[in-house]
Design a protein around this ligand. Sequence first.
Ligand code: MN
Ligand code: MN
Length: 459
Amino acid sequence: MEELKSKLLYAPKNGYASLTAEQRAEMESYCKRYAAFMDACKTEREATAWAVETAKANGFQEMKPGMAVKPGDKVYFNNRNKSILLAVIGSESLENGANICAAHVDSPRMDVKPNPLYEDAEIAYFKTHYYGGIKKYQWATVPLAIHGVVYRKDGTVVTVTIGEDDTDPVLYVSDLLIHLSADQMQKTAAKVIEGEQLNVILGTEPLADTESDAVKLHVMKLLNEKYGIIEEDFLSAELTVVPAGRCREVGLDRSLLGAYGHDDRVCAYAEIEPLLTMGTPKHTAVCILADKEEIGSVGVSGMQSQAFEYFMEMLCDTQGVKLSRCFANSFCLSADVSNAFDPNFPEVSDRRNNCKLNYGVAICKYTGSRGKSGASDASAEAMGHVRTTLDNAGVLWQTATLGKVDQGGGGTVAAYMANRNIVTVDAGVPVISMHAPIEVVSKLDCYMTMLACKAIYLA
Ligand code: MN
Ligand code: MN
């Protein structure tokens, strides 16, 4: 009976049961490199700049129209400093399709408004507008940093990072003291901190001999001295407020990693690392680090943009291949995070179908909400391809669904890839506290997701 049971019944196991000593060592060193990437990249702009620099150091060349490429060549396309597409040219024609991994490098945060600087009760603030889905109350009373760029009137650009160095000041959004929260505590969580209360404290010291706006003027003077900017320059700036601090090990056994923006830089890193040192694959391997996923994959740097066609067409042109033919024969792993089962909140999940920490990369047949709306809903054939590919490569994987039916839902770039006539499956790292200032993932799942991306490229 036991034999029959193990033969017929699906019995997923915790990944640590089969992790070899060699794999464990590889996992630890991979996670160190991932943590360093996370510390260097908190915005899509920083991730793109990091990817360009790292790709160049690994022999990648910028792809330009009319350029000739041959199998084994490594190329990239920097999409306006906000998103990047990379490829290693395969030995087979692009007519036979490409193997694509698509992740996003934008994360929920608070963006500084176009006219942000003001003073109230002798405290200077930035007004912000949150980006992506956040529980606003989570972003008060945590240390914050500012990352971004400012384009000055003369066209020169200055890069701003405040709050990450140990000697830097951090920024802060206030919450109400519990002593006076009788009314606030009656509100729903959505209203406890409202959008227009996400005002970031910048300073309190008035500039001497100044009649009005003395604190605001002081802050502007400091910014002017450090960055050479004036208040009007905020109009042509892209400043974002994100949680300050580094990626840290979590748990007494150090099996987890806590950081801002694992969603989805944990999959972005899993995709790009194996591509950097890849030999000549059979099919051309394409890595996408997209922007704007958290607000619907819109805009020129989002996955709905024709920038993807622009890059792929440049590649197809080098071989006289029709783009539509290439797409029809391509496969895409939409590499994005899933919700790990959280025993603190079991009521939102179907335990039989939710992914778990340490069970490996989570393959998700469909995302969406209310009857799969908005999902690409991968076919049996597509799921079979992923299952076989990962099994053959010895990658630990599990299945995932985004919570209980009708509990909520979400989407990824999968639907936009599938709309292009590219067979697409969602897969990624299970996450605890997704979209919170600090999210948690397991080292084992991070490592397995990297192995999964590698296997898909080489399929
Ligand atoms: Mn995501
Ligand atoms: Mn997300």
